[in-house]
Design a protein around this ligand. Structure first.
Ligand code: FCA
Length: 327
């Protein structure tokens, strides 16, 4: 009887040991599409905090195109990683990324940009953390409308630059949210001009916005919105380059990382009026923690988490950042 019990006990112990993955053996990848962008730098910084706290290894990889994403996944598998988080340069790579993760037996989570299938619909089975894009866009649009009114501009005489990147669903949701709020506030739809950017960076936005400004040289007041701070900064730089003064420009971005903060720190206000600050801590620290729990303790994360944002302007960004737990 005793040996029978001992045998069971030994079995249980062996089973438990097999099921335990030690933190030091855990390796998690964090792949981002634009490593030079402050938002992604912040995501990595907070993911690093999770790694330090739990004692796992975080492998950060920048992958600006599809080929780099695919080789990054193979690379992680070769290094013995158990899972990875990715913000892909192209959401249409969705099925390919899922297949590669499965073939390499890697757990997969996406951040910021949600993968889509061949039909263009989101791959809902892939664990994802993104921003509440429409709602955050609405906050942008509302802030623009409020400031137009505060400056006493007649909306009929205001042009709007919609810096767009329509191949990315979250980008569409963000700008459409802004447009919905602007229209609800009485902004004329015919004054909204599309400025499609070739890439999601400041330079591409500057080029796209310059074309719009040159086409509508008679417009006095301008507002600008887009998918992130870089898009809006590009539009603001474009207004400066064609000689429109800062007090005739209201740009409201999304992000609140260094690109926006540097702008607020300039001694003289620019046309970059505000930004909706989102949380790189949630997108970096929390995704990395969730992946760790999944690998170490088999705790599968929620399929979909959408995070909120809060408007900040020159005078209050520090307080808003503290409120959001970023610093
Ligand atoms: C997208 C944008 C980034 C950031 C992120 C939350 O990936 O390209 O700038 O806004 O969503």
């Amino acid at each position: 009887m005793r040996s029978w019990k001992a045998a069971i006990l030994a079995g249980v112990v062996a089973f438990a040991a097999a099921g335990t993955t030690y933190a030091a053996d855990i390796k998690i990848g964090f792949i981002v599409k634009q490593p030079e962008e402050p938002w992604f730098q912040d995501e990595w910084k907070f993911a690093d905090q999770a790694a330090t706290e739990k004692g796992f290894t975080l492998v950060k990889i920048g992958a600006e195109d599809g080929e780099k994403v695919m080789s990054a996944i193979d690379n992680l598998a070769a290094q013995g990683a158990q899972g990875f988080i990715v913000c892909t340069p192209d959401v249409k790579l969705g099925p390919g990324i899922v297949a590669k993760a499965m073939a390499n037996d890697l757990k997969l989570m996406t951040v910021d940009d949600r993968l889509v299938g061949a039909d263009g619909n989101a791959l809902e089975d892939v664990v994802h953390m993104g921003i509440s894009a429409t709602k955050i866009g609405e906050t942008v649009g509302q802030a623009l409308a409020d400031e137009i009114k505060k400056r006493g501009w007649d909306m009929k005489n205001v042009g709007a630059i919609r810096v767009s990147y329509d191949q990315l669903p979250t980008a569409v949701d963000r700008v459409e949210g802004a447009i919905a709020a602007l229209k609800a506030a009485g902004f004329p739809a015919e004054n909204i001009y599309d400025a499609p950017q070739a890439k999601t960076d400041t330079e591409a936005a500057l080029n796209a916005a310059t074309t719009v400004l040159n086409k509508h040289a008679d417009v006095k007041h301008w507002i600008a919105f887009g998918l992130n701070d870089e898009a809006v900064l590009g539009a603001v730089r474009a207004t400066e380059s064609v000689g429109i003064s800062a007090d005739n420009v209201i740009g409201v971005g999304i992000g609140g990382a260094e690109s926006a903060i540097n702008e607020f720190k300039k001694p003289t206000p620019t046309g970059f009026f505000g930004t909706v600050i989102i949380s790189p801590k949630r997108h970096g620290y929390e995704t990395a923690m969730n992946m760790y729990e999944w690998v170490a303790n088999d705790k599968e994360p929620e399929k979909l988490t959408l995070t909120a944002g809060a408007l900040a302007v020159r005078g209050d960004y520090d307080a808003v950042r503290k409120d959001l737990g970023i610093e």
